[in-house]
Write a protein that binds this ligand. Structure first.
Ligand SMILES: NC(=O)c1ccc[n+]([C@@H]2O[C@H](COP(=O)([O-])OP(=O)(O)OC[C@H]3O[C@@H](n4cnc5c(N)ncnc54)[C@H](OP(=O)(O)O)[C@@H]3O)[C@@H](O)[C@H]2O)c1
Length: 290
């Protein structure tokens, strides 16, 4: 299978790049800005045509959640309009479009894990732009899989784990929000799930479906920060605070745990527990000096 990965320098794209070395049955083509701007239909079409692409994995996104509130035109261009371009290209080529979306499509008022069919109600521009991107794909692409994930981290890019490690080395104590609950997800695990899904394309994969994928288990940002310090052996003390004492520009859902029954049952994907994955990521970091 010839696979195009967009946004390849991001967290998820980088993990797919790493994994692709051991996927001999597929040919991966990795692109990011400026060589492939997903808002440019001419670039999308020519890359798909030149590489005879059969699967597009869209890892490109506008992910600056707070900045999106004041830069909404760009957030919608990348997260809503560009997926429509990718969907049209996939339709033209009879290709599969695999889109990554977010837990931020929900408002966080639930007290049980969100199912794929639960009503969405994004609280901010980022979540709304991602939701509208999902909808464009459902309207245009005959073959698509949308995977909503949450709290991604990896060795590459800026993320919560790396920020905690940096601050933990600089400060004796840190205050971290304890009233936002979700599931941390190692991008390497999601990348592995994506490869398993691609392996099933043209065999028994549904041609239009939305799935939830995050690591197993539930944590607050405070729990997550404590686990980072514990597992990395950093002595910084972590203290819980309420969101009200840590104002952010964009509102965040207080609860964004995703129900993963569908991806486990329908696709047989096994999902690691978040703390085990965090430990694996930190071990890999130790070996790579990042
Ligand atoms: N990060 C999270 O916590 C999280 C949580 C839930 C869902 N998600 C979703 O998961 C997916 C992967 O997230 P991630 O954390 O890997 O994102 P990321 O690290 O921010 O990577 C996104 C990549 O897309 C690139 N990009 C931006 N605009 C582009 C354009 N017009 N054309 C082509 N590439 C473009 C970015 O380049 P620049 O850096 O140069 O802008 C970056 O390399 C996204 O769909 C995101 O919405 C993320």
């Amino acid at each position: 299978m010839n696979i195009l990965v967009t946004g390849s320098r991001g967290q998820l794209g980088s993990e797919l790049l790493e994994l692709s070395a051991s996927c001999r049955n597929h040919r991966f083509f990795f692109y990011d800005l400026p060589d492939l701007d997903i808002t440019r239909s001419d670039q999308v079409e020519s890359h798909c045509r030149n590489h005879e692409i059969e699967v597009i994995v869209n890892c490109a996104a506008y992910t600056a959640v707070d900045k999106a509130e004041t830069d909404s035109a760009m957030a919608f261009k990348v997260n809503r309009d560009a997926p429509a371009i990718l969907a049209a290209c996939a339709r033209e080529r009879n290709a599969l479009l695999l889109q990554i979306s977010t837990d931020y499509v929900f408002d966080g008022t639930s007290s049980t894990p969100y199912r794929e069919s639960d009503p969405t109600a994004p609280l901010g521009v980022y979540g709304l732009s991602k939701w509208e991107g999902e909808e464009r794909i459902r309207q245009i692409a005959p073959a698509y899989i949308i995977i909503r994930t949450s709290w991604l981290y990896s060795l590459s890019g800026v993320n919560f784990v790396k920020t905690m490690l940096r601050l933990g080395a600089e400060r004796p104590e840190l205050h971290v929000v304890a009233d936002q609950i979700g599931s941390p997800t190692w991008a390497a695990d999601l990348a592995a799930a994506i490869v398993l899904i691609i392996d099933r394309y043209k065999k028994d994969l549904p041609y239009g479906a939305t799935f939830h994928y995050s690591n197993e288990g539930v944590a607050s940002w405070y729990d997550f920060a404590r686990a980072v310090m514990d597992l990395a052996g950093v002595s910084c003390k972590v203290l819980p605070i309420e969101s009200a004492h840590y104002p952010q520009i964009a509102p965040r859902p207080h609860y964004s745990v995703l129900n993963k029954s569908a991806i486990k049952k329908e696709l047989g994907i096994e999902i690691p527990y978040w703390r085990d994955s965090l430990s694996a990521m930190l071990q890999r970091r130790g070996m790579s000096d990042v």
